[in-house]
Every structure is written in C-alpha cells, then in structure tokens.
Ligand binder design. Structure first.
Ligand code: ZN
Length: 326
C-alpha cells in the first residue's frame, strides 16, 4: 500500500523509537531495485521507506527531475498497492528550495530531507526551518542534518568528517522544529568497512539522551550506513536511531548479480572465440540465446537478490514483523 502522508510515516518512526528498532531507508533510481525491496519487505512483514535523490529523479526522468519523481511515484504506487505493507517515499539530500517545493507539490513524498549541513550552524538552522515551514501545510515530515558526513554524495564532498555535537543538536532541533535529525557519528557515504570507521556510537546515545531530556523525541538518522556492520546497526537501533540510509549496498548487489549472470551465460550472448562468426541473427553456426539476453531474465535475478537483502536487513534493524498495516 502506497502511503503519501507525513502523519502516517511519523507513526512508524514513533513506534520504532519507542520499541528500539529502526527502518532501512533504501535508495532507488529504477524499477528493479524498487520491486525487489517491496517484495522482500512484504515477506518480512515490515513497512518500507524508499528514497529518491534529485539525481535519481533526473535519471528516471531522462534529465527532468520532476518528471522522474512523478514517473517513479506512479510506478511505486502501482506496485506498492499490490501489497499490504506500508510503502513511503522520502526525498534524500535536497538542497535547492525550488526543487524541494516542486517535490512536495507532487504529493508523492511523505518526508523530505533538507541538507544544509555544509553551511554554518546559523545558516543550517535558517534553511532547515524554512523547509519545515514550507512542509507544514503539506503533510510532509522534514529531516534535517547536523554535522558532516565523510565522502561524496550528490557531488558534495567533505574533506573532514565532523561529528554532531549533542548540545547543538538540542538547540538545532528546538529552533528548526525538524521531525527527524540526521547525525554524523563517523560513517562515510559510499563503500567502507565497519572496522575501519572511527565510529562514535556514544554520540548517538548522547544526542538521543539530551533530546529526550529536552522533551524533543526526535528520531535519529544515520547516513552512509552501507559501511556499518550488522552489530553496529543493532546497537544504534537501541540508541534512538530509527532510520539507516542505504544506497551503496543495493548498487553493489545489483551489479554483482548482473555480472555473475552475464559471466555464467556469456557464451549464449557473445560469440565464443572458436565459432564461425556470422551476423548475430543471420546464417552463422552460432546464434545468441534469447533465454539469456532478454533483459527481463537478469532483472528477475536482481529483484530476487534485492528482496533477499532487504529481508536480511529488516531482521537486523528489527522492523521485521512490525508493519502497522498488516
Ligand atoms: Zn546521505
């Protein structure tokens, strides 16, 4: 079931925060990953948060981000409505206020993330607050970010990782009235191994504790979580983190599944060295085999793999079996 409502997505995060579990917010840019995620989450009995970045929308819309968002929104809606778990869309890492407004006006996202974390504290407050004001009349939640995350995402590169200051987090949340807060605890965007991270789980715990004391029960978000170990994710879920953003893991699983498939069946698609070369569909001895080159064949494998991955992740974060809608 596709749900386009800030009030509804708020319910799943509030319950997760109280119950000490979390959701994986999964980035999509095309249908195979999306369908695999919906299938796997249904099997898990978990609600699902899908995310679209501006560049993913541009990709889906052949360069037009709003067209891409509408196209993906429609596609997600048609697929999600075949299942009974709740499926939500979050807009990931938005900066341009004009696009934020356009995205909200499509009515597709239940939440948007405004990324002004590269700005000074005051400018971050100002920009995040403005988006929150924009979202008020539209039933859309706002995720803001405090602290910087190492790595490159959407062309933003941070040379240094800056951890979130727990005191600042309280002030930031109070002044912006953000609904979710992305914190920097040492994760990196892109591929990295958990053991190499200078991960500060204590920061999540301190931010959460200070927010609680201030009466601001805001769910925390960790970006760049493809580099976290399952053990680290489990610990963070108990420390107020309700949303783990994941993109790289799916990109990798997609590419690996396709690479293995095409390697295994290469001789059915590309003429082997020792066969007589004719026109591919002509008179030669060898001809390609449709059972393998039809893109639907590899796409089904990709969907199956993504479905397995999200099932595994839902178990790790604890959202398994906790859908509010089934
Ligand atoms: Zn991110």
């Amino acid at each position: 079931m596709f749900i386009k409502s800030g009030e509804e997505i708020k319910k799943i995060y509030t319950r997760a925060r109280k119950g000490g579990y979390a959701f994986v917010a999964s980035n999509v840019a095309e249908p195979n990953t999306m369908i695999g995620l919906v299938q796997g989450s249904q099997k898990s009995g978990s609600d699902l948060v899908l995310q679209l970045s501006r560049s993913a929308c541009e990709f889906a819309g052949d360069g037009d981000a709003v067209a891409g968002l509408r196209a993906m929104g429609k596609y997600i809606e048609e697929i999600a409505n075949q299942y009974n778990i709740g499926v939500f869309v979050n807009m990931d890492h938005l900066k341009d206020p004009e696009f934020i407004e356009e995205a909200m006006e499509t009515g597709i996202p239940s939440s948007v993330m405004v990324d002004a974390s590269e700005e000074s504290f005051e400018d971050n407050v100002k920009r995040s607050k403005k988006v929150k004001e924009m979202a008020k009349s539209k039933d859309v939640l706002v995720e803001a970010e405090l602290g910087r995350i190492k790595g490159v995402e959407e062309g933003i590169s941070s040379e240094k990782g800056y951890y979130t200051d727990p005191e600042e987090a309280v002030e930031f949340t109070r002044r912006t009235d953000c609904d979710l807060l992305a914190i920097s605890i040492g994760t990196k965007h892109g591929v990295s191994k958990g053991k190499d991270l200078d991960l500060r789980l204590d920061i999540a715990k301190n931010v959460s504790r200070k927010l609680n004391r201030a009466g601001q029960e805001v769910p925390l978000v960790v970006h760049g979580s493809s580099g976290l170990t399952y053990g680290q994710m489990k610990k963070l879920g108990k420390k107020g983190v309700c949303k783990f953003n994941k993109d790289t893991r799916y990109q990798y699983e997609y590419a690996k599944t396709a690479a293995e498939f095409y390697r295994e069946y290469e001789d059915s698609i590309i003429p082997p060295e020792d066969v007589e070369k004719g026109q591919p569909f002509g008179e030669g001895i060898w001809s390609p085999d449709k059972d393998f080159f039809d893109p639907r064949v590899v796409s089904r494998k990709v969907r199956e793999r993504i479905s397995e991955v999200i099932e595994e992740l839902n178990e790790v974060t604890g959202s398994q079996g906790r859908s509010l809608y089934i």
